[in-house]
Design a protein around this ligand. Sequence first.
Ligand code: CDP
Length: 243
Amino acid sequence: MIIAVDGPAGSGKSTISKLVAKELNLLYIDTGAMYRAVTFMWLQTQLLGRPYLEEKLITDNDVRKAIKKEILYKHHEKALQIICDNIKIKLETSDSGLKTFLNDIDISEYIRTTLVTQNVSHIASYKEVRTFLVDEQRRISQGTNVILDGRDIGTVVFPFADYKFFLTASIEVRAKRRLEDMKKTGEEISLEELCADLKRRDHLDSTREEAPLLKAHDALEINTDNFTIDEVKNQILNIVRSN
Ligand code: CDP
């Protein structure tokens, strides 16, 4: 069984998907974490973002030099292709939450930083990155019952998914939810800044050429503004269980 959950940032996708996965014993794939992992690698090759882990993430000196050379000449597509050819992303569900590994290094805490969030929609717009990650998402899902959340699951990754949901919420509600998430990580950011970042990402994600954020024609749209997490989860569970 494949369940696709798409929608903009802060619509509740990952929270709901995790709970549905637990309830139905499905594998949960947070595809946003995968785009964030590639973005983190990209920033590291440019000496941006703490900690500086580039040498640990890609141990081959020649590969690192090749990426840097392409970045220097602003051949971003080529640089990203080399990155994709040399990384292995692994998602793991543990008691302390979802963990993201890049070439076996745990980068879970770094992929949620503001720097990664600010750059991820740009990196996610490159065809090289999308082709690589869509292939990975299909590979990991093979032969298992799975729920994936993202922007293009019901439209591109699994157009024939068994169930498709498109979660939405107003910008105000989404920004407030994000603010609560950020408080837990200790990063300081205002509601206004968060609103601006969400709007900017919504715009980039919806207008890009490759696999834009779009409701699949056969997806069920759920506006989560006035529902609790449990209510949305139960709506989804009722639909899946009644079929
Ligand atoms: O959690 P949040 O909604 O902030 O974002 P995310 O799910 O971690 O995804 C981060 C970014 O990755 C999105 O803003 C998109 O630019 C990109 N993304 C994508 O293009 N396609 C996906 N299937 C998942 C994420």
